[in-house]
Design a binder for this molecule. Structure first.
Ligand SMILES: Nc1ncnc2c1ncn2[C@@H]1O[C@H](COP(=O)(O)OP(=O)(O)OP(=O)(O)O)[C@@H](O)[C@H]1O
Ligand SMILES: [Mg+2]
Length: 236
């Protein structure tokens, strides 16, 4: 079943008197439990697409149906609700609260979702354990390595139990070995039945996905299955 159905999506930014066509008629169907990499040159519309798929932004034209619900014309409040329930985000720059512990960073989406304290504690601890950071719960971001920070961000994305994980250059600020650890984590999340969409500039990162979509000037340039995708060694 398609969980993401984009039909002729456009996103036009008005900058002064000029129009920027960041997305120019993108149609895509993504199934449950797909693993997709989005590639393309800088400015081709990758982040714009991720923001729309993740309900952080709405398209200027076209239709976006997420799990059978048309979200293209939803209000900001409605979008926020869908987003909190369905989507986990991971960003290149981690986007953690600098003064808060790992535990609190991961707990935050549950506070927004109105989850009671005892349940929050249990879920946040479990999410941190699942990314191997049980012993770093009380560290603040500046007391963690880059890879550990990104793992906290992955735990934060997972804690509400979303079905779709969106990651915009999640390994962009990490060295290749640490990046590989994060990719192992994504592989595990994918194996649990989630849908993963990640943006990357690196072919070896994209090769972990089963499908690679390339954008050019706001259009889909190619959309291909990866025949021999990389499976992390530590798989189990
Ligand atoms: N808020 C905005 N206002 C105006 N133009 C924007 C805005 N955000 C993006 N754009 C423009 O839309 C186009 C697509 O931007 P986008 O950020 O989606 O590119 P990208 O593929 O993610 O690039 P990168 O690889 O550099 O992250 C670019 O030409 C950009 O300048
Ligand atoms: Mg971008």
């Amino acid at each position: 079943m398609n969980i993401i159905n984009l039909e002729n999506i456009t996103r036009v930014y008005q900058v002064g008197s000029e129009e920027v066509h960041a997305l120019d008629g993108v149609s895509l169907k993504i199934d449950r439990n797909e693993y997709v990499a989005i590639m393309g040159p800088s400015g081709s519309g990758k982040s714009t697409l991720m923001n729309i798929v993740g309900c952080l932004d709405t398209p200027t034209g076209g239709q976006y149906v997420l799990k059978g619900t048309d979200v293209s014309d939803m209000s900001d409040n409605q979008l926020a609700e869908v987003r909190n329930r369905e989507i986990g985000f991971v960003f290149q720059t981690f986007n953690l609260l600098p003064r808060a512990t790992s535990f609190h960073n991961v707990e935050l989406p549950l506070i927004y979702a109105g989850v009671p304290a005892a349940e929050r504690r249990q879920k946040a601890e479990q999410a941190l354990a699942s990314v191997g950071l049980k012993d770093r719960m009380l560290h603040k971001p500046n007391e963690l390595s880059g890879g550990q920070r990104q793992r906290v961000a992955v735990a934060r994305a997972l804690v509400v139990g979303p079905s779709i994980i969106l990651a915009d250059e999640p390994t962009g600020n990490l060295d290749s070995r640490t990046g590989e650890d994060i990719m192992t984590l994504f592989h595990e999340i994918y194996k649990l039945g989630n849908t993963i969409i990640l943006v990357t500039h690196e072919e070896y990162i994209a090769n972990h996905a089963k499908r690679v979509i390339r954008l050019l000037d706001g259009k889909v340039e190619s959309d291909k299955q990866v025949a021999d995708h990389t499976v992390p060694k530590r798989e189990n």
